[in-house]
Design a protein around this ligand. Structure first.
Ligand code: 13P
Ligand code: SF4
Length: 309
């Protein structure tokens, strides 16, 4: 998927490269970004890869091509850097499905319980939880909580449900979900399997339980990229946001990738274009600001996650 015509794109890419040097900036991009944005990034990856990059960044400015909770995570981990989100409206509906008031109420109903929160959440919610996780390390994070401690998992009922089924650990799940992944239905996967017998089915844990039940492997976006690189298979049905097809195809030109559903498009991830990356660097917009008291508590939850690995 591409937004700018080729001549315009080349000029934009050159201007971005010049300003990136002048501003001593690093550009991070999530695997669901437009292909042309992924191609100019210094680093691309899943939420866990990118939060590690942000924590280790020595650049003065981080341009975060992703959605708001990802840029906030970078700011929480690198508070002395300027973190820019090239489109201020690039949010995540799942992250907005629980707020601090709702989480405090849930905690009051379950005194003593530990709260694991998916990084797809606001800074305020991260500040209220015990430990964060991403789709790549959720199982390890849950296993790090003492077995006799009650567990609350927010906000993704599908990621939480997947960890609950694979670990056998009971959890209270908040009923949040990703509207983009919810569009992928089991009948889409079944149809693709009929059309492409022998293809390996990869699904993101944000998919409905009926979809992950049909998958050969349930993986984060970064894990999908690593899995495919090492696999001898040549065809893959991919049940996640379609942006992942760009790095999959780029890294594996001899392999075939079939989206489980072409409708699995996250509109927020597609808001960032090369023009907006350039404007972000020109105008230093939009800087992420988080009240220090919230940031400090959210950082503790993220650091506990990074310590688990
Ligand atoms: P990953 O961490 O697997 O890249 O997923 C992030 C996300 O928002 C999925 O919808
Ligand atoms: Fe949020 Fe879903 Fe978009 Fe990921 S794909 S950013 S969870 S809306």
């Amino acid at each position: 998927m591409s937004a700018a015509p080729p001549e315009e794109r080349n000029e934009l890419v050159e201007r971005i490269a010049r300003l990136r040097r002048e501003r001593q900036a690093v550009i991070l991009a999530h695997n669901y970004q437009l292909g042309e944005v992924q191609d100019i990034a210094d680093f691309t990856g899943d939420s866990l890869d990118l939060s590690r990059r942000a924590a280790a960044a020595d650049a003065r400015t981080i341009v975060f091509c992703g959605v708001r909770f990802m840029a906030e995570t970078a700011k929480i981990l690198a508070p002395d850097r300027t973190v820019l989100l090239p489109d201020a409206e690039s949010g995540c509906p799942m992250a907005d499905m629980i707020d601090g008031v709702q989480l405090r109420r849930l905690k009051a109903e379950h005194p003593g319980a530990a709260v694991v929160c998916y990084v797809n959440s606001t800074a305020e919610v991260k500040a209220e939880c015990d430990v964060c996780c991403t789709s790549a390390n959720a199982a390890r994070v849950v296993a790090s909580v003492p077995a006799d401690r009650e567990l609350l998992f927010v906000p993704d009922r599908y990621l939480g449900g997947h960890v609950q089924r694979t670990s056998g650990r009971p959890m209270t799940l908040w009923p949040g979900y990703c509207p983009t992944h919810a569009r992928i239905l089991p009948e889409h996967v079944e149809r693709r399997r009929r059309e492409h017998p022998g293809a390996v089915v990869l699904a993101h844990p944000e998919c409905r339980a009926e979809v992950t039940a049909l998958a050969d492997h349930v993986l984060s976006t970064g894990q999908m990229l690593r899995f495919v690189r090492e696999s001898d298979a040549t065809a893959f049905i991919v049940a996640t946001e379609v942006g992942i097809l760009h790095p999959l195809q780029r890294d594996n030109p001899g392999k075939r990738f079939i989206p489980a559903s072409e409708q699995a498009i996250c509109p927020n991830m597609k808001r960032i274009t090369l023009e907006k990356v350039l404007w972000a660097l020109e105008e230093m917009q939009t800087p992420i600001e988080i009240p220090e008291e919230v940031r400090r508590r959210a950082e503790a939850s993220l650091r506990r996650m990074l310590d688990v690995g």
